[in-house]
Write a protein that binds this ligand. Structure first.
Ligand SMILES: O=C(NCc1ccc(CNCc2ncc[nH]2)cc1)c1csc2nc[nH]c(=O)c12
Length: 247
């Protein structure tokens, strides 16, 4: 997968992609991430990229020229056509694991990171295929959101995660919250690991973990349960948990 990121702050992207899974994916040529400085495509002698809004009001708006010029350059670089062009913006569709899976199937993604009050509307109308928000809170720009989306999408690219992790990943898609995890030592500062996990009974361990996931989901995110297909065993466990909780 090839990823192009249009931004005013390319340097922000150096370290997050220079570590861990993403770095390995880049080294394995599964992923290529390029950043392009929108300011390099400003036509005026002061290299400005923003200006005051028509109609008045606070803040500045990112002008259309540098972005259109940059996209022309990129289109030419990429042999005439671009993949999905994703504008990061607070008004966008809320990002999700499903969205990450969908984007993980693409060969080429272009990310547009905004600043100030965002882009001139003609950018959205003409160049953008997707608009994504990473949540209902106000950040200083689109760069961190772009990093979040790139991170989640990169994990979906075949070969980026190890086989084991991706199999484990599928269990995440069952939509429940994860069960507790433990590792050595068995006892630490008086807190012990549940015996079941030391029993070696893999069937019982699987059951225990599933029940823990159900319990944790009920306690913290009950609304997730409506999207999960529950097995007979799950429903029996929930009945038991509910009767226990009501007791
Ligand atoms: O570009 C992003 N943020 C910078 C930013 C923040 C605020 C404003 C609008 N200015 C104030 C206002 N509110 C209502 C009217 N005017 C524009 C741009 C961003 C991209 S994805 C994302 N996901 C979650 N949160 C985010 O902030 C983002």
């Amino acid at each position: 997968m090839k990823i192009d990121i249009l931004t005013l702050f390319p340097q922000m992207f150096e370290s997050p992609f220079d570590a861990s899974i993403i770095k390995r994916a880049i080294d394995k040529k599964l992923l290529e991430i390029n950043t392009i400085n929108i300011r390099d495509f400003s036509q005026n002698k002061h290299h400005t990229v923003d200006d005051t809004p028509f109609g008045g009001g606070a803040g500045m708006v990112m002008g259309p020229e540098p972005v259109f010029e940059c996209m022309d350059y990129l289109r030419e670089q990429r042999g005439g056509e671009l993949g999905r062009v994703i504008m990061m913006c607070p008004q966008g569709e809320p990002f999700s694991q499903g969205y990450a899976k969908e984007l993980g199937k693409e060969q080429h993604l272009v990310f547009l990171c905004g600043h100030y009050e965002g882009f001139d509307e003609r950018v959205r109308e003409t160049l953008v295929t997707d608009e994504i928000s990473i949540g209902d809170y106000v950040l200083t720009g689109g760069e961190l959101p772009a990093m979040v989306v790139v991170d989640a999408v990169a994990r979906m690219v075949p070969g980026v995660l190890g086989e084991a992790a991706s199999a484990e990943e599928d269990s995440f898609y069952n939509g429940l919250l994860e069960h507790p995890h433990y590792t050595k030592p068995r006892e630490y500062r008086g807190q012990v690991v549940p015996d079941i996990l030391l029993s070696g009974h893999h069937g019982n361990i699987r059951k225990w973990r599933r029940r823990q996931s159900l319990l944790r989901t009920i306690e913290r995110r009950p609304e997730l349960l409506t999207q999960v297909e529950l097995t007979k065993e799950d429903k029996a466990a929930l009945q038991e948990l509910l009767s226990y909780l009501q007791a």
